[in-house]
Design a protein around this ligand. Sequence first.
Ligand SMILES: [Zn+2]
Length: 468
Amino acid sequence: MKKQEIERISKKLISKPELVWDAMDAKEKEGVWDFDREYQDFLNNAKTEREAVTLISEIAQKEGFSHNPTGDQPIKMMKTFQGKLIALAISGENSITDGVNLIVSHLDSPRLDLKQNPLYEEVDLAFMKTHYYGGIKKFQWLTRPLAIHGRVIRSDGSPLDIVVGEDDSDPVFTVADILPHLAKKVQYDKKVSEAFVGEKLNLMVGSIPFGNKETKERFKLAILNLLNERFGLVEEDLISAELEIVPSGKARDVGWDRGLTGAYGHDDRSCAFGSFKAIIELKSPRRAALVLFVDKEEIGSDGATGAKSRFLESILADLMIAHGKEPRYHEVHQLLMRSRAISADVSGALDPDFQDVHEKRNAARLGYGVCLTKFTGSGGKYGASDANAEYVGWIRNLFNKKKVVWQTGELGKVDEGGGGTVAKFLASYGMEIIDCGPPVLSMHSPFEILHKGDLYMTYKGFKAFLES
Ligand SMILES: [Zn+2]
């Protein structure tokens, strides 16, 4: 057989992933940089789920989304819930009862939360106790500048939103670590999982005493006095508060060529922003489109604002009413069963320094586009919803037709570990659903790494999906 013939057959038969940068023309490459700039802006202004909901709803409102849409076509509806969950919907040409194209991402990221009685003093320094939120490697949160974001409900019931540690003129906070000279017994001789203790993740917040030598708890009192002068707070107010400790600072380009973006919260704000842009730019789709941004994914999707809540049924009922249909129980559920969904979440990228934990033929790689993950879970697909072959077939054809650069990947070797997403909670309604999002390095760390081309292809894929 001739060499050319062999090459032709090989090209035809063998599936070969393509680098995003090889697949795009000059104009699209320019679009990658533009999209990333907008994304970094979003990250810098939406570091918590509350901030993300506020920002998304502000922009959506300007784009014509409304809590009570008028009869104008297409209907552009927005629903928020408890300030931590938001949904945006656009009506389609088809009847709403034919089902919706749904993308769900999550707005919460791993972090440290302040405890309800946080403030104390020790060896003439003031601290605040924390309880970590989601899957973190505890040592990554030591010895780095941290910021406080969140909300306090004061004794008169009024809310107070706080952001301290982001402006150049702000102070920052930090969790100290033991010096290496004395770390042998307390850290080096232990297993990593035992060397770093949750109860030692204490936030350093002050060092100047209050009053005179006779004053009790001078360092704690100094901070309370300061919080009172600045915000009108008393200690009990901290009980009715959700104060979140996140890395201080902005998203940054990474590398000489700036091709990567480093930031806190790519998981899952890359998907949130990608799906947000996709629905904002959607004109008049054939099927109704719904983009949902949930909270609490990092702690199991429980709670009123998590993916296990009944919010989705409620918004679909609202959507049926807006379309002049009575949202009878059976019809809402039929609508759900006829829907197609993307569980928009990041996946773990093949780590160059820890390639052993991945199975390379089935690992997502930076730069190869948006990743389709048929199943998540662990220990024999346990806890996975596992997308149908039919649905994977449909979405791969869609992405190919729309020139979305995509790859598949699963999270690590069989029995190496695992993880889950919101996919299984939505699959329980009977809808088709698959995990889809960009691969990320250093996932769940204070500085996650994302490939700009993968981010762009995620957005492009979401757009193609909503238009389908
Ligand atoms: Zn996630």
